[in-house]
Design a binder for this molecule. Structure first.
Ligand code: PEP
Ligand code: MN
Length: 333
C-alpha cells in the first residue's frame, strides 16, 4: 500500500501516522520528493483501513497494491484448489455438473429428477429446501423436510447433494449435506459466512446480485479466514440495465476469478439468464472460458415447477448440454 502525503503535511501528524502504522506491524519506507512525500507500507496490509487513512487531512491519496484478501489470493497459493466431494473433484482441471430442480417439491420429484440427471451425466444433485423468494407469499421450499428428501435422493442415486442455507441457526440441519450453498442474497451475510468458516464442509458461494468480484472474493475470505478453505465460487449473473434476461451473465468473471484466486469457479447459466433456451449457449460459453463446472436447473415438468420453471431444462435438454460441454472441453484441451 502506498500513502501519498499532502504537500507541506504537518510533521507531527505524519509522525503520528507512521507510529500508528508501525504499531500494526508494518514497515514504512519513506520516499521524500521535492514536492511530495510517499510512504510505502510493507507487510500484511489486509487489515489496514484504507478509508480511514484516506480521510486524514495530511493524506492526498492511498493506493492499494496488493489485494485485501489473502486466503483466497492466488499470489499466496499458486496451485488450483481441488475440492473432493465423495470422490468427485472440483477444480484443478476437473469439471463437474451440479444439476437438479430449483426446489425440492416431493419425494417422487426429487428422486425422479436425480436419477435422470445422473443418467445424463450430472455428478452432484442440487435442490433447494430453504428458498429465498422475493415474495413472502411464494413457495418457500419444503425446508427441513426437503433436506430429508434430498438425503433420500442421495441414497437412491449415490449423488452428493448441494443445497442452500439461509440462516446460521439451521447449520445442524445441514450435517449430512455434502456442499452447503450460500445464495446470491446471502453473499454478504457476514455472520453466516463466519459460522460456515468453522465447518469442515465445502461451501458453494454464489455471487451477489450487485456484487463486484472483489466483494465475492472478500466473502470467500470470510469463510476461509475461519479455517474452512473449501470454497467454490459461482458466477450466476448480475443486475444490469438489461431487462431481456433475468440477470446478465458476467462471463469475464470466470477467467478473472481464476486469475485472482485459486478457488474453483462454477457458472450457473440458469439464474444468469432466466430463460431455458439460453442455458445451452451460456453453458458452452462458460466451458469455453475455463469454468470448473456448471450448475443447471433441471425439472421433469418445467411448466408446473413451483419455482424457476421458465429457466429449467428438461432432462433430455440437460443431456444435450452435457454432451456439448464435453465436446467443447475436448476441443480446448
Ligand atoms: C438457487 O440456486 O436456486 C438460487 C436461489 O440461486 P441464487 O442465489 O443465485 O439466486
Ligand atoms: Mn432457482
Amino acid at each position: 500500500m502506498v500513502v501519498i502525503l499532502k504537500n507541506h503535511a504537518d510533521k507531527d501528524k505524519v509522525e503520528n501516522l507512521t507510529n500508528w502504522l508501525q504499531s500494526q506491524k508494518l514497515m514504512i519506507n519513506e520516499v521524500k520528493g521535492e514536492y511530495q512525500t510517499i510512504l510505502g507500507l510493507i507487510g500484511d496490509t489486509s487489515r489496514v483501513d484504507i478509508d480511514l487513512i484516506q480521510s486524514l487531512d495530511i493524506v492526498e491519496d492511498v493506493k492499494r497494491i496488493s489485494e485485501p484478501y489473502k486466503c483466497a489470493n492466488r499470489n499466496f497459493h499458486p496451485d488450483d484448489t481441488v475440492i473432493d466431494v465423495e470422490g468427485y473433484k472440483i477444480g484443478g482441471g476437473n469439471f463437474q455438473f451440479f444439476a437438479g430442480p430449483c426446489s425440492v417439491e416431493s419425494r417422487e420429484q426429487i428422486i425422479g429428477i436425480a436419477k435422470e440427471v445422473k443418467a445424463a451425466g450430472a455428478n452432484i444433485l442440487r435442490g433447494g429446501a430453504f428458498k429465498p423468494r422475493t415474495s413472502p407469499y411464494a413457495f418457500q421450499g419444503m425446508r427441513a423436510e426437503g433436506l430429508e428428501l434430498l438425503l433420500e435422493a442421495k441414497k437412491a442415486t449415490g449423488m452428493p447433494i448441494v443445497t442452500e442455507i439461509m440462516d446460521a441457526s439451521h447449520i445442524p440441519l445441514f450435517e449430512n449435506v455434502d456442499i452447503i450453498q450460500v445464495g446470491a442474497r446471502n453473499m454478504q451475510n457476514f455472520e453466516l459466512l463466519k459460522e460456515l468458516g468453522h465447518l469442515d464442509k465445502p461451501i458453494f458461494l454464489k455471487r451477489g446480485l450487485s456484487s463486484t468480484l472483489q466483494e465475492l472474493l472478500m466473502s470467500a475470505e470470510y469463510i476461509m479466514a475461519g479455517g474452512n478453505e473449501k470454497v467454490i465460487l459461482c458466477e450466476r449473473g448480475i443486475r444490469t440495465f438489461e431487462t431481456a434476461t433475468r440477470n446478465t451473465l458476467d462471463i469475464s468473471a470466470v477467467p478473472l476469478l481464476k486469475e485472482k484466486s485459486h478457488l474453483p469457479v462454477v457458472v450457473d447459466p440458469s439464474h444468469a439468464s432466466g430463460i431455458a433456451r439460453l442455458v445451452e449457449p451460456m453453458a458452452y460459453a462458460a466451458a469455453a472460458c475455463g469454468a470448473d463446472g456448471l450448475m443447471i436447473e433441471v425439472h421433469n415438468d418445467p411448466a408446473k415447477a413451483l419455482c424457476d420453471g421458465p429457466q429449467a431444462l428438461t432432462p433430455p435438454q440437460f443431456a444435450k448440454v452435457v454432451k456439448g460441454v464435453e465436446n467443447i472441453r475436448n476441443h480446448i484441451k
